[in-house]
Write a protein that binds this ligand. Structure first.
Ligand SMILES: Nc1ncnc2c1ncn2[C@@H]1O[C@H](COP(=O)(O)OP(=O)(O)OP(=O)(O)O)[C@@H](O)[C@H]1O
Length: 385
């Protein structure tokens, strides 16, 4: 857990980079700091591993005032990933990744095993990449090594300063997806700096929107997008925040429609009767194990002999429950589908239609209509603990 208590940083030339900052990152939470260039994000972050000392206020990591910690020991407990990665050029990927375990005095073998494990976890096969040197990697691969290296000694806290800033947008999105997957496994307490609101919204459990040296709003991405606390935040998150909101609103079971369901081995006459009884134009088709097989249109069942299997069509457009609405929208477009199936593991839950997608978006906006004001949030986070 990282906690800022009335932290101010004034540089020698009189610049106030951070002004009376109080907020907290809970254990296992990922907080993104987002704001325009020069608003104090990097200064905030570097105060956590004591690369910069605050002028006043306290920072606690796991309940300990870091001003009293030895900076070198502190840094070994805190993973740090930066944009320029800073890999050692004369060391291999495996050696780079095992740097901190090595410094911590781990046995060489154990350190290398751990490094190999981490490389695997960030999507780099250690048997392919382990012996390469940094200049034999792409930008995206170097970033992954940076993340693996920061995680190698299993630090509880991770600081990430624009870690994906130097790669092109496609690679960047890929790295973000992988990092989310990784974070769901390792659940570190993460402070993540970015100037990109899309990235902040996508990755953060909560986001802190910085004005000049101050937090303008500190809340979940959905609330920041749905109920910006100030005109500044509204301006920063942009006019297309409805669209951005699609990427942070998950599909919930209550959003789904329940079309008629038939099974592969059902006689067509039974399927036709069911469709007629429900006045539906199509039905979802499941197999014996209740897994999604596809769908069947009413006209294919009407007056025909045989079983549903003979006329069922495969359905490729499906998503797991909890996937963001944005993904649902893009899946609909990709398959040119008027609906998509939503599954819980293998189990069919229902279908999402464009109308239901719109309702889900409204639901999420309404849920945030009474968004919490910025002052309350800051007081709450400090007073809660
Ligand atoms: N060593 C320093 N001496 C004086 N002023 C500094 C120093 N380092 C940073 N600043 C100033 O403090 C303010 C905050 O800088 P900081 O690097 O924290 O911003 P940032 O939000 O991370 O910006 P960016 O997105 O461009 O990296 C800026 O006005 C910057 O010019």
């Amino acid at each position: 857990m990282i906690r800022f208590e009335h932290v101010t940083k004034r540089y020698g030339d009189g610049t106030t980079a951070v002004d009376d900052l109080s907020f907290e990152v809970a254990e296992g939470e990922l907080v993104t700091l987002v704001g325009p260039s020069g608003c104090g994000k990097t200064t905030t972050m570097k105060m956590v591993n004591r690369l910069i000392e605050p002028t006043s206020g306290r920072i606690l990591v796991d309940g300990e005032d870091i001003a009293e910690a030895d900076p070198v020991t502190l840094r070994r407990r805190i993973g740090y990933v930066i944009q320029q990665v800073g890999l050692f050029p004369h060391k291999t990927v495996l050696e780079n990744t095992s740097t901190v375990p090595h410094l911590l005095g781990w046995q060489r073998k154990k350190g290398r095993e751990r490094a190999a494990e981490l490389l695997d976890l960030v999507g780099l096969d250690p048997s392919v990449y382990g012996d390469r040197y940094p200049d034999q990697l792409s930008g995206g691969q170097r970033q992954r090594v940076g993340v693996a290296r920061a995680l190698a000694a299993d630090p509880p806290v991770l600081l990430m300063d624009e870690p994906f800033g130097a790669v092109d947008p496609v690679v960047r999105e890929h790295l973000q997806t992988e990092f989310l997957r990784l974070q769901s496994q390792v659940r570190k307490t993460v402070l993540f700096v970015t100037h990109d609101i899309e990235e902040a919204v996508r990755l953060g459990d909560r986001i802190a929107v910085y004005g000049s040296g101050r937090i303008e709003q500190f809340d979940t991405p959905a609330t920041v997008l749905g109920a910006p606390a100030t005109p500044y935040v509204a301006d920063f998150v942009g006019a297309d925040r409805g669209l951005k909101r699609l990427s942070v609103t998950p599909i919930e079971p209550g959003d789904l429609e329940q079309p008629p369901v038939v099974h592969l081995d059902d006689p067509l006459s039974k399927a036709a009767a069911k469709l007629a009884a429900e006045g539906a134009r199509w039905a979802v088709v499941l197999d014996d194990a209740e897994r999604l097989h596809g769908w069947i249109p009413a006209e294919a069942a009407d007056g025909e002999r045989g079983t549903v299997r003979d006329h069922a069509r495969r359905m490729e457009a499906w998503l797991p429950v909890g996937a963001p609405l944005k993904q649902a929208f893009s899946t609909m477009l990709q398959h040119d589908a008027g609906w998509i199936a939503v599954l819980d593991e293998d189990r069919f839950l229902g279908v999402l239609t464009p109308a239901r997608l719109h309702e889900a978006l409204r639901r999420s906006i309404d849920a945030d209509a009474g968004g919490i004001a910025r002052g309350e949030v800051q007081l709450q986070t400090v007073a809660d603990v």
